[in-house]
Design a binder for this molecule. Structure first.
Ligand SMILES: Cc1cc2nc3c(=O)[nH]c(=O)nc-3n(C[C@H](O)[C@H](O)[C@H](O)COP(=O)(O)OP(=O)(O)OC[C@H]3O[C@@H](n4cnc5c(N)ncnc54)[C@H](O)[C@@H]3O)c2cc1C
Length: 412
């Protein structure tokens, strides 16, 4: 079986490794970018994603390049602790939780894809424009070769569309662009060279329903921060789905001028960032269908979600592993793809909707309690929300520790 994956993001590259591990050797990845650069800032990989990457043999590399997150703590805008819980191994999982630069993770995955599937397995500079299926079931992929600006074409038995939130392949099957939804909030993201704070491996969320900032280390001497707040109406329109819009750090620092605590000077951290970006919150409504003939959507193309709960990249990683597992276990390609959609689509749709709720009413309730001095009630609320979210997203500690593996035994 030949497989062409569109998109060399975290989802597409993990799909290539998962298919290879499940016994598929004819796998190629088409990527629009002319080269894979370290773009983006930090992301978090909870234990359900780390389990899958570990079972693909990347555990040591994650440990080398990532920071094992030890705790998650919520603070009110005055810097007073509302609630904290252990994370990763400290919380009883068999696998750690890691914070890591998105670019580092992508490069790591790409290096391993080239080692295992061949130096030429990733074709950069190929911008896919459409995918069609012929009468006999074979898939044709149309692309533009950006080196020559000439059309290029590829064929495969199966296509995996892992081409991100604005997925041209998905939009082609739906007959029109799937609209990106936004709640009018903006995410300001950046990294700053800085010494450790709190445990040195803490992830903190500070703020209330009007704005909040998430801070965590992603490497030694490097802190990642992410501020979410409503878009300033005077600031003009930003492009939904564009991850690369830079922003001057003084604009962002002004939003957190009062966040100066003896355990972390957030204002200083944001003001001295080496890079900062603006990303309007965007997701898509849960889709009614992920599989079109022998093409399956995966990752953000299938389920772009608000970045709450550290699950955008994680759910893409889970998709990749389940897709390879279901294809390996099915009697036919078509039944394998259907099994993948049945396994993943209902579950991830719930995560998309939960992330919308996290963005809105959850913080409003928690903040109202904290403001009235009821920190204990706010803590109970947060604990309950986190517990339910873990069940939904697939990282309830007991369920994850005891779930059977999605690895395929080579002997079978
Ligand atoms: C530049 C960038 C920066 C990001 N930064 C962050 C961040 O800082 N924090 C965060 O939480 N999330 C970030 N994300 C999103 C995060 O990586 C995803 O939510 C998550 O990893 C799921 O990944 P994915 O592989 O489904 O999609 P993506 O990571 O978006 O990868 C999609 C890939 O498909 C490629 N592609 C798109 N169109 C085509 C085409 N027509 N033909 C061929 N290839 C195509 C893209 O170039 C990209 O490499 C970023 C995404 C991108 C693309």
């Amino acid at each position: 079986m030949s497989v062409t994956i569109v998109g060399a993001g975290v989802g597409g590259l993990t799909a290539a490794l998962s298919l290879h591990a499940a016994g598929q050797s004819d796998v190629r990845v088409l990527e629009a970018a002319r080269e894979l650069r370290d773009v983006g800032v930090g992301i978090n990989l909870p234990p359900h994603a780390v389990r899958e990457l570990t079972e693909l043999g990347l555990g040591d590399a994650l440990d080398k390049f990532g920071v094992p997150t030890k705790e998650l703590a919520y603070y009110d805008p005055a810097g007073k602790l509302i609630w904290a819980e252990p994370r990763g191994l400290e919380a009883g999982y068999k696998w750690p939780q890691y914070s890591i630069h998105r670019g580092t993770l992508q490069r790591l995955l790409a290096d391993v894809v080239r080692q295992r599937l061949g130096e030429n397995a990733i074709h950069v500079g190929q911008r896919v424009t459409g995918v069609t299926q012929d009468q006999g079931g074979a898939m044709s992929i149309a692309a533009i070769d950006l080196a020559t600006e000439q059309p290029a074409s590829f064929t495969a038995d199966v296509v995996i569309a892992a081409d991100g939130i604005r997925s041209p392949v998905r939009n082609g099957f739906y007959g029109a662009p799937i609209p990106l939804a936004s709640n009018g909030w903006v995410m300001y993201r950046g990294v700053t060279k800085s010494g450790p704070f709190l445990s040195g491996r803490s992830m903190v969320i500070i703020g209330d329903e009007t704005q909040r900032i998430v801070v965590y280390p992603i490497a030694e001497g490097l802190l990642n921060w992410l501020l979410v707040r409503p878009k300033d109406p005077a600031a003009g329109q930003s492009e939904l789905g564009n991850w690369n819009a830079s922003i001057p750090t003084d604009v962002t620092a002004a939003f957190v001028k009062d966040y100066r605590f003896d355990w972390l000077d957030v204002h200083q951290l944001v003001a001295s960032a080496s890079e900062a970006y603006e990303y309007p919150m965007a997701d898509i409504d849960p889709l009614p269908r992920w599989v079109f003939g022998r093409c399956a959507l995966l990752g953000d193309a299938a389920h772009a979600m608000y970045p709450f709960g550290s699950n955008g990249a994680s759910q893409a990683i889970l998709d990749a592993r389940v897709l390879a597992y279901e294809l390996a276990n099915a009697a036919s390609i078509d039944s394998g793809l259907q099994a993948y959609e049945e396994h993943r689509r209902p579950a991830v749709s719930e995560v998309q909707l939960a992330n919308r709720r996290q963005a809105g009413d959850v913080m409003a309730r928690v903040s109202a309690l904290a403001r009235s001095g009821a920190h204990g009630d706010a803590a109970t609320e947060l604990q309950d929300v986190e517990r339910r979210y873990k069940q939904l997203a697939g990282f309830d500690v007991d369920a994850l520790n005891n779930r059977k593996s999605w690895s395929i035994s080579r002997a079978s």
